[in-house]
Design a protein around this ligand. Structure first.
Ligand code: F0G
Length: 418
């Protein structure tokens, strides 16, 4: 009942065929279903009594048999009410969906449980991806679990250390490309067209998106079968915002929800081809040739899924905005200090975007808003250390500690003692 379909010309392909772009027109593919059959399957199943996780929604996934599912218990991430941030930003309702709580520390695990399960179904022995870091960490872990050979291509010198360590410890073959993410993706696309048995698991692969759409379903469930007015998402290669939107539109088609949220995409100033396309009202994407940002996860100049993302933003009446590196780092600190959530810089761009859009008056302060934070802060500890106050070093004596705390003399001392 599931099939792959070109988003432009509608040509259909079997879910058993390894195909990444439409063979007729070259456009992106997506997985579609006979939704009446899904409705029947849902009625028969006890899906609402399953725990929150990607596989709670397996009737919505293109898998043939539940026995082959490759899982590390992904999904079911925290949905945090952020009352301090609400006050700080001046809005009524804010939740953060914290995807750093996934097994390898990012939302990519939702896509990889599905994508690697598909690889096993297809009988391939080798998987590959290009990555700014998180995709490689996630693929390496799921490939290890499935016993598949894994190769990851990363941009030389521009990947956060936490992510690199994950790909390495899980035993992936790590290849550093002299170039950026776009260059690396370009060559893995060519390689996987040439060698059909090396399965590509970047988000161009429509099965990845099927796993990631569970993020939308979980928000619906965590809001007691409701939806927010707006979802704010960091955008890099543009798969995630497209996936969340796909999940929600499926719930809409099936009659679970009546209103769809405004999808709002945030990019870093130095890597913002989608925002600039939307703001200028252009029909085609103009890639950024030398993307640059402190948020290395979204340091991408030619997002491969731009068409799906632009449709999600425009069809939902949403918007797109850029944030500076300074705004990103400020938002990262704010989230950590006001809400106890430590996220990596790219993730904090959703919070920075929220703040900016509120200041610009583009967000109604009464809206119910969900910000997606996409990856854990420990992925990139160097940034956190660099942007925080340095630790104080003292001798191991009570006097030195009292002196460091200013006890007995200053205002700080009174605060501490009281
Ligand atoms: N946030 C984080 C932490 C990411 O790692 C990524 C993408 C994004 C946001 C953007 O998501 O690409 O679906 O729009 N990281 C990819 C990678 C590109 O290779 O790990 P997107």
């Amino acid at each position: 009942m599931a099939y792959q379909e070109c988003i432009d010309c509608g040509t259909k392909y079997s879910i058993d065929e390894i195909v990444y772009f439409c063979k007729k027109c070259g456009d992106l593919l997506e997985v579609n279903y006979d939704y009446e059959q899904i409705a029947i399957a849902l009625k028969k199943s006890k899906w609402t009594s399953r725990p929150l996780s990607v596989w709670r929604y397996k009737e919505f996934m293109p898998v043939k048999s539940s026995t082959k599912i490759v899982t590390l218990k992904e999904g079911g991430t925290g949905f945090h009410k952020c009352s301090h941030l609400e006050k700080d930003v001046g809005i009524k309702s804010l939740y953060v969906k914290n995807e750093g709580e996934n097994p390898t520390g990012s939302f990519k695990d939702r896509g990889m449980t599905m994508g690697v399960t598909k690889a096993v179904e297809l009988g391939v022995k080798s998987v590959i991806c290009a990555s700014t870091g998180n995709t490689s960490a996630s693929l390496a872990a799921y490939a290890a679990k499935a016993g598949l050979q894994c190769t990851v291509l990363i941009p030389s010198g521009k990947i956060a250390y936490g992510k690199l360590s994950q790909a390495m410890i899980h035993g992936a073959m790590v290849i550093q490309v002299r170039g950026n993410f776009d260059d690396a993706l370009n060559i893995v696309l060519k390689l996987s067209e040439k060698y059909r048995n090396i399965y590509l698991l970047n988000s161009i692969n429509p099965f990845r998106i099927e796993g990631q759409k569970s993020l939308g379903y979980e928000i619906f469930d965590q809001m007691d079968q409701n939806t927010p007015d707006r979802i704010i998402v960091p955008v890099g290669n543009a798969g995630n915002i497209s996936a969340i939107w796909k999940g929600l539109t499926e719930l809409y088609k099936l009659g679970f929800i009546e209103k769809l949220p405004k999808m709002t995409g945030i990019q870093a100033v130095g890597a913002a081809p989608i925002v600039s396309m939307i703001k200028k009202g252009e029909k085609e994407l103009t890639p950024v040739s030398k993307p640059e940002t402190v948020a290395t996860a979204i340091r991408i100049g030619a997002p491969v899924s731009w068409k799906k993302a632009v449709r999600a933003i425009q069809d939902s009446n949403g918007t797109a905005e850029t944030v500076t590196d300074e705004e990103i780092l400020k938002a990262q600190k704010m989230l950590a200090r006001l809400e106890g959530l430590f996220v990596e810089p790219a993730s904090a761009s959703s919070i920075a975007g929220l703040k900016k859009l509120c200041e610009k008056g583009e967000i109604d302060r009464n809206e119910r808003i969900v910000c997606i934070t996409t990856g854990h802060g420990l992925k990139d500890p160097d940034i956190a250390v660099k942007s925080s106050e340095k630790p104080v070093e003292i001798d191991a004596s009570l006097e030195a500690l009292e002196k460091a705390l200013g006890l007995g003399s200053t205002k700080l001392a009174r605060v501490l003692v009281e």
